[in-house]
Design a protein around this ligand. Structure first.
Ligand SMILES: Nc1ncnc2c1ncn2[C@@H]1O[C@H](COP(=O)(O)OP(=O)(O)O)[C@@H](O)[C@H]1O
Ligand SMILES: Nc1ccn([C@@H]2O[C@H](COP(=O)(O)O)[C@@H](O)[C@H]2O)c(=O)n1
Length: 209
């Protein structure tokens, strides 16, 4: 029998998935909860120049190495450590180094396409979808991508219209139907986040939800 619980947090880019997932993890002792980001598993694209990589559709399931993500999640579920890749959004590639992630009783995974891919979706015990208005997601993304991911306003706008919005409508938004819990507005929805935390604390005490 599995002695841990695995929770998927999906939603559009800028919806607040990372904020929700980090707030969940923060509520527990570091040995009890761990966070794995789907973003770390973007394909390497080593054979392309940085300029070529910038034109890739990063919102299509083909851009992620889901086989490796699945293998790593299964390894954590077997109570073993993983070496998680580190992704660099400025160069659109993986760094040489990796991060060692230890197994724990609560495994939280966040990413835009987690529920759109059946082999990954089926791994989760609990599926949470963070549902935020498109205009808010876009505003947050513009700010974040310019300040943290080395982008210009023009590149964020062009990428949004070319791939981010159409792929959200094709893959991410329809995957909301698989969610067990929908958190409106995102990371600062303290009532919703606290309810999930309370349920997880019960899980730690009783070993069942
Ligand atoms: N409720 C909120 N109000 C305002 N800004 C927010 C809120 N939630 C998240 N953000 C900000 O928006 C950006 C995207 O949030 P993040 O949690 O990284 O979203 P995602 O992981 O879904 O892309 C971050 O810069 C974050 O600080
Ligand atoms: N090289 C890359 C890789 C991904 N993206 C964008 O990241 C978004 C997913 O990350 P969130 O933290 O926002 O969930 C996704 O929408 C990709 O477009 C990128 O811009 N460059």
């Amino acid at each position: 029998m599995k002695n841990c619980i695995i929770i998927g947090v999906a939603g559009g880019s800028g919806s607040g998935k990372t904020t929700v997932a980090k707030n969940l993890v923060k509520a527990f002792k570091s040995e009890d909860a761990v966070l794995v980001a789907q973003d770390a598993y973007y394909k390497e694209l080593k054979e392309m120049s940085v300029q070529e990589r910038a034109g890739v559709n990063f919102d299509h399931p083909n851009s992620i190495e889901f086989e490796l993500l699945k293998k790593d999640l299964e390894t954590l579920l077997k109570n073993q450590i993983i070496e998680r890749p580190i992704y660099d959004f400025k160069t659109h590639s993986r760094k040489e180094e990796t991060i060692t992630i230890h197994p724990s009783k609560i495994i939280i995974v966040e990413g835009i396409l987690l529920f759109a891919v059946p082999e990954i979706r089926d791994i989760f015990d609990v599926k949470i979808f963070v549902d935020t208005d498109a205009d808010e997601m876009l505003l947050r993304r513009i700010e974040r991508d310019i300040h943290e991911r080395g982008r210009t306003f023009e590149s964020v706008r062009d990428q949004y219209l070319k791939t981010v919005k159409p792929m959200y409508l094709e893959f991410c938004e329809p995957s909301k139907r698989y969610a067990d819990i929908i958190i409106p507005r995102g990371g600062e929805n303290k009532i919703a986040v606290n309810m999930v935390i309370a349920k997880l604390k019960r899980y730690l005490q009783k070993g069942a939800l």
